[in-house]
Design a protein around this ligand. Sequence first.
Ligand code: AMP
Ligand code: GLY
Length: 419
Amino acid sequence: MEGKKVLVVGGGGRCHAIVDALARSPQVGRIYCAPGNAGIAAQAECVAIGDTDVESLKRFALDNGIDLTVVGPEAALAAGIVDVFRAAGLKIFGHTKDAARIETSKEFAKELMQRHGIPTASYRSFSDYGEALAYVSGRPFPAVLKYDGLAAGKGVVIAETREEADAALRDMLLDGSFGGGRVVVEDYLEGPEFSFMCFVDGERLYPMPLAQDHKRAFDGDKGPNTGGMGAYTRLPFITEEDRSFAFERIMVPTAKAMAEEGCPLSGVLYGGLMKTRDGVKVIEFNARFGDPETEVVLPLLESDICEIFSNIAEHRPVAEVRWSDDATLGIVLASKGYPGHYEKGFPIRGLERVEGRLYHMGTARRDGETVTAGGRVMIAVGRGRTLAEAHEVAMRDAGRIECDNLFHRSDIGHRAFEK
Ligand code: AMP
Ligand code: GLY
């Protein structure tokens, strides 16, 4: 029998890791990726359709006899890709638009957690600037302000002073640079953060290994927040007890709550969790694979990912999801200046000398060469029996990439080494 035709929607490092995992599946014949990138092109046929152009994606899937579509970014879920594909009789892995609200609406997620007793910071939500400011002013700082809606990671402000809170609230509720709407104000929590992703279908959950990303641009967790400068698996500060609490008291009840409320999950549930003095709590949920967590987690998957995606897309149980107990660690190579202004189009050489995995995040082909085409450009992922081994491989590989305009952190995983 001919292998399956699979379409992956998206184009960053996360999608490269998904394509790479699919390429290892004996069931998969041909992989397409829309829009993909220069690295993905080595393993999949890239199709020039944007990830939220749902109608064109549907047409492509129908015209090309796609057997299964896998959705990477939340923007495509929020655009209703799953609803549209299902209505057209196409098989797709990802949540409906309704279920994706667990990520796309902070207020929906907070209300759900409150109704179902899922541990998270207490909160109030406001649409009126004056009321929000009065509430924040009467409470201890720092104040955590979250714009309600998709804000590509930019919607959270940790205000240290009343002035900072005022400026943020004006921006979110008055000036309309976010488009008006609501703001969730929540208690400030402290402790190490970690990411817990599960494959989920209704009330069935299949946990993935825990990971931690590093949001700040520079070593020592200094500099501005970014989309993530690296990630690793094997977190020594999270005990088995913490993990099982997170699974039994957070991930499972959340899936159950969503099913009970008529918007069952089907895809990936990402818990952005924090180990506080009072136990593990939810900082946020995402309705998709994390980036760059996926790039370090999926290489450890020993089961057939196509089987997992297909079964979940058809609401059938997955027989087994097996993971290697190796450690992985990924170092992001980013354009100088990122997350602020940066230039593109610098040639990247030395790619063939890399030993571990190398996922492209923002690259393009120009005159037969691979060039930088984004803020985060690639991620070098090392693997080993220990995290130290994985770090060594990733650092060596990061050093082998020759490009005049890239920088990377050298302390990814430091919390694990400091122990
Ligand atoms: P979010 O987009 O909700 O994940 O927030 C982005 C980052 O803001 C998180 O990764 C945390 O580091 C921080 N953050 C969010 N909520 C809180 C909170 N309640 N207390 C402390 N830090 C928070
Ligand atoms: N690494 C954080 C995220 O994917 O949202």
